[in-house]
Design a protein around this ligand. Sequence first.
Ligand code: FE
Ligand code: FE
Length: 209
Amino acid sequence: MATTTKSPASKTATKTAPASATKTATKTSTSKTATKKASGMTGKMKDSEFHEFFVDGLKDIYWAEKHLSKALPKMKKAATSPELAECFEKHTVETQEHIARLEQVFGLLEEKAVAKKCEAMEGLVKEAESIIEETDKGTMIRDAGLIMAAQKVEHYEIASYGTLKTFAEIMGHTEVVELLNQTLENEKATDVILTEVAVASINEPASEE
Ligand code: FE
Ligand code: FE
């Protein structure tokens, strides 16, 4: 997740008072947190740095999903085995659902759905494209390579949604947590299916080519 936003922790660290004043400073910050928590405002405030950091992460994965939705049909077309092609076709539809869910999330947060370029997903898709270029059409080696590329993508998504979900939890955005969790579970299931397809029908024939 690429971002230039300073974490709240680093800001606090910069502001740390000299050793002699530490005790007083700690006391003050604790009571401030308590007040915020009591009023239910912790991190929820639209102008809080943590909220901004969270929304930045959502913009990143929104771009990633959109980019992926264009790459998956190409991966489907390039796949040798019908099982893998079907897998990519199914996940293309699911990826559209992931995009729609993120738009719902932006709506719930009263934020504009803006995509912010995700360098990581751009790189992962490039890797899938080079596998297609470097392998012969109709081979199982191509499928083995495509599965490797696709699983790297799924793991990136799992890491992103996992973190974003915990951010939403800490801020008390219950509906957002539910939406992010639905996508997270689907990414995990996709990763498992890819392993199953590889083991059941790809890796062995690929090793014999
Ligand atoms: Fe996704
Ligand atoms: Fe995915």
